[in-house]
Design a protein around this ligand. Sequence first.
Ligand code: PRP
Ligand code: URA
Ligand code: MG
Length: 217
Amino acid sequence: MKIIDFSETNSILNQYVSEIRNIEVQNDRLRFRRNIERIGEIMAYEMSKTFAYSVKEIQTPLGISPVSTPDSQLVISTILRAGLPFHQGFLSYFDNAENAFVSAYRKYKDTLKFDIHIEYIASPRIDGKTLIITDPMLATGSSMELSYQAMLTKGHPAEIHVASIIASRQAVEYIASIFPEDKTTIWCAAIDPEINEHSYIVPGLGDAGDLAYGEKE
Ligand SMILES: O=P(O)(O)OC[C@H]1O[C@H](OP(=O)(O)OP(=O)(O)O)[C@H](O)[C@@H]1O
Ligand SMILES: O=c1cc[nH]c(=O)[nH]1
Ligand SMILES: [Mg+2]
């Protein structure tokens, strides 16, 4: 299993991560969503370097130019709702990709205990395709696990990319233990050391869905 942590490299992506974490900046919802989207765009660009390519002869007005373009059949899947701006970032670059949407939410039994509920999935067949599952937060990893299981009802992908922005160390280890070792890559912008008793990432950024779209009742 490959694990790629962008915080190990200095790039402008770290500026966007600092802004979505920063309590003084993150409440500007438009900026928060756009920063998530920009991180998705940069991650998509880096991820594109791992795809299969072949050279095509492109007819220009003046001649023929050989251009190496990607052949991978992509399905970008996201987990509602915080995943939406992240998904859009990937889709801006992978504009020919197919798309899948899964709902997952924490249904609380009391202030600390919850189950993850999946109620909705809209997906193409994914057999033999490159599946990218996008969700900005990997806290316990349960939403990712259950969403992946839901996606498997649509077939078996050739390759899997788990894309997140902030992941807990625990979630990275958990995802690495349950996803197929030989065909999964985990991409994240940062790996944080802890989750708290409410299963929020520490230091994390708070509630990504609420910051992007407002609080739920
Ligand atoms: O790794 P986990 O412990 O499962 O937590 C991570 C999940 O929490 C967030 O969604 P949330 O449930 O807050 O839903 P929302 O996007 O509607 O706010 C996030 O987008 C993940 O899907
Ligand atoms: O830290 C966390 C954990 C789950 N969901 C979030 O939005 N943030
Ligand atoms: Mg949320």
